[in-house]
Design a protein around this ligand. Structure first.
Ligand SMILES: C[S@@+](CC[C@H](N)C(=O)[O-])C[C@H]1O[C@@H](n2cnc3c(N)ncnc32)[C@H](O)[C@@H]1O
Length: 273
């Protein structure tokens, strides 16, 4: 297949449309990356140039279906069980303690859950504590990518997803099947999946109020104004004092004053003021 060239004008138009829709930002050095990710989409909508493709995204009656495809093609879905474990330990101790003291319900949201490893890890870690019943626990899990969510709901995983998983957790919570593993129903049942674009502030607020939100390893793909917009929308979906967990490479210290940073020797997180 020959490579379709992309002009600076076409690149600017497409990356602005993508940033506006999904928040994902391709800076000046990422032209080749965007070009290679979109390349295979052009023939699918019978576009021969990136200009035609940009027009299709803007004006075709079928454009929403193509945007759904883009949500899958553009996102980096890299994730694994027990990733950045120290924050999960904070959830299973401090956050759970507080919830049990004040009414006994715990509501957690994994807001860019990709293929499901993060919310299922939350589910396993809370099950391990034997301190909260399924009826008192809500674990919401959302993502932008329909394909990632399909995989999450299937709950079948191969070796790479287990790179940080203790062996006894695999033995306890998974069953082997044809070179991979299905997660057990008791863990799966605790997680509710749905599709949410984090730029949609109304949809974020409609998720209801949580004790903790995980938004890890997604803000790095957004520019600063979009990061601010997303974390400020989260303030409506968190109780006062609620916890916000971001990825290691992500910081909102100079972006918003709605949260108090908490820095411990093992984990950094934020609490809603
Ligand atoms: C690298 S994964 C992170 C998965 C998990 N949170 C972790 O830390 O392992 C990033 C995810 O963010 C999702 N994403 C990107 N833009 C998004 C948006 N605007 N709204 C919701 N999810 C988005 C992608 O689809 C992708 O699954």
């Amino acid at each position: 297949m020959s490579i379709v060239p992309i002009s600076p004008l076409e690149y600017g138009r497409l990356r602005d449309a993508i940033r506006e829709r999904f928040g994902i930002y391709f800076d000046d050095g990422k032209q080749f990356l965007l070009q290679s990710r979109l390349q295979s989409r052009l023939p699918k909508v019978r576009a021969t140039t990136f200009e035609e493709y940009a027009q299709y995204l803007q004006a075709s009656p079928d454009r929403e279906r193509e945007w759904d495809e883009l949500a899958c093609v553009l996102s980096n879905n890299e994730t694994y069980f027990f990733r950045e474990r120290a924050q999960l330990d904070v959830l299973a101790s401090e956050v759970l303690d507080e919830a049990l003291k004040s009414g006994g319900r715990l509501r957690v949201w994994s807001s860019a859950c990709s293929t499901g490893e993060e919310p299922y890890t939350i589910s396993m870690m809370l099950a391990e504590t034997h301190r909260i019943s399924p009826a008192s626990l809500t674990i919401n899990a959302t993502d932008l990518s329909p394909r990632a969510l399909e995989k999450a709901k299937t709950a079948f995983y191969r070796e790479l997803s287990f790179r940080a998983t203790p062996v006894e957790m695999v033995q306890r919570y998974f069953r082997p099947f044809e070179g991979g593993f299905f997660i057990n129903d008791e863990i799966k049942r605790l997680v509710s999946f749905s599709r949410i674009n984090l730029l949609d502030a109304a949809a974020v607020a409609a998720m209801g109020v949580h004790d903790a939100i995980f938004c890890r390893n997604v803000l790095i793909y957004f520019d600063k104004p979009t990061q601010k917009r997303v974390v400020e929308a989260f303030a409506k979906a968190l109780r006062p004092g609620g916890y916000l967990f971001l990825g290691h490479a992500e910081s909102i210290m100079r972006i918003t004053d709605l949260y108090e940073p908490v820095v411990t020797p093992k984990a950094i997180y934020y609490r809603r003021k």
